[in-house]
Design a protein around this ligand. Structure first.
Ligand code: SF4
Ligand code: SF4
Length: 309
């Protein structure tokens, strides 16, 4: 689709930009993580991605107990003696405490930015993108929660001739999918479970929209890769994986499915945000034999399969 106008002033919220990624699309890529997610997966390794607002993370290990944050907070939300330090009910996310905490005891997660500012950063990688055939992947959170920002950013990337990819849960209105797809080369779509009751219990939303959008994206003919987080007690069994592989195979053009074994890497962030890690510390990463068995099941459906994406 020809690009007529790009709104470089379009605002959006991001919480991270990761350079030199090689797992989320072809070549060397920069991943832009957009803030906010309508899903609440119990195993989420980026819990700071879920809330659309800027959040403050407290990392006790970095705190030198100087007391500046308590003194500076305009609404009295910080108490040096309080477990977790911040009264989250009172906190207005103004960021004053984090901006003045040099040791990194308090850190802001998320910032309001514009397409223009993000592009200034991305342009520093132009040569890498060109040499490697890489580009930009938008991720989250759920990037489709900020469709205007995502679309303008993708248009700006396409105007530079870069490859564009989305890493998405697919949880968005059909209208959003229709509007964004012309600017996308590759979609990495999470399918977590086909049993809606289980989906609702662990992901806290129905899978209906996701399944519908998977078919819609496939029908566009754009490259589509299905990603499955393999989570103990949720979908870490042959039937769940087989059901997803069968569904993936039924989607127009899908040739590849990634199996992503559960890990606990983000567990400590829950405490930093004053949240509970409901998965429980005792849950283990699925072992190699289990993952290889699932890979075989996926391949029996005629799909290529990678463990770990
Ligand atoms: S300003 Fe930072 S280092 Fe000082 S007490 Fe607060 S969190 Fe700790
Ligand atoms: S973000 Fe603002 S309101 Fe919240 S704890 Fe820090 S200084 Fe107080």
């Amino acid at each position: 689709m020809p690009i007529r106008i790009i709104n470089y002033k379009q605002k959006g919220k991001i919480f991270n930009m990761q350079r030199f990624s090689i797992h989320d699309g072809p070549g060397i890529r920069t991943i832009v993580f957009l803030k906010g997610c309508p899903l609440k997966c119990d195993w989420c390794s980026n819990p700071e991605s879920q809330d659309p607002l800027v959040q403050i993370m407290f990392n006790e290990k970095n705190c030198i107990e100087c007391g500046k944050c308590e003194k500076n907070c305009p609404v009295g939300a910080i108490d040096m003696l309080r477990h977790g330090r911040i009264d989250r009910e009172k906190c207005t996310s103004c960021g004053v405490c984090a901006d003045n905490c040099y040791p990194g005891g308090l850190v802001k997660s998320g910032e309001e930015t514009t397409v223009e500012k993000v592009m200034t950063e991305l342009k520093k990688e132009t040569i890498q993108f060109r040499r490697s055939g890489g580009g930009v992947t938008l991720s989250g959170g759920e990037l489709l929660m900020q469709p205007e920002f995502a679309i303008e950013l993708l248009k700006a990337c396409k105007s530079m001739g870069w490859h564009t990819a989305l890493e998405t849960t697919g949880y968005a209105s059909e209208e959003t999918i229709d509007k964004i797809m012309p600017w996308v080369d590759l979609v990495l779509l999470d399918i977590k479970h086909l049993d809606d009751e289980k989906h609702k219990k662990y992901v806290h939303v129905s899978n209906e929209l996701i399944v519908k959008n998977a078919k819609k994206i496939a029908a566009t003919g754009k490259e589509l890769i299905i990603r499955v987080p393999v989570i103990p007690q949720f979908n870490c069994d042959e039937k769940s994986i087989s059901d997803i592989a069968k569904f993936a195979k039924s989607l127009n053009g899908v040739q590849h499915l990634d199996l992503l074994p559960y890990h606990k890497l983000g567990a400590n962030k829950y405490e930093n945000l004053g949240l509970d890690y409901t998965m429980g510390q005792e849950i283990k990463t699925p072992d190699e034999d289990t993952m290889n068995n699932f890979k075989k099941i996926v391949e029996e459906y005629g799909l290529e399969c990678t463990i770990g994406g």
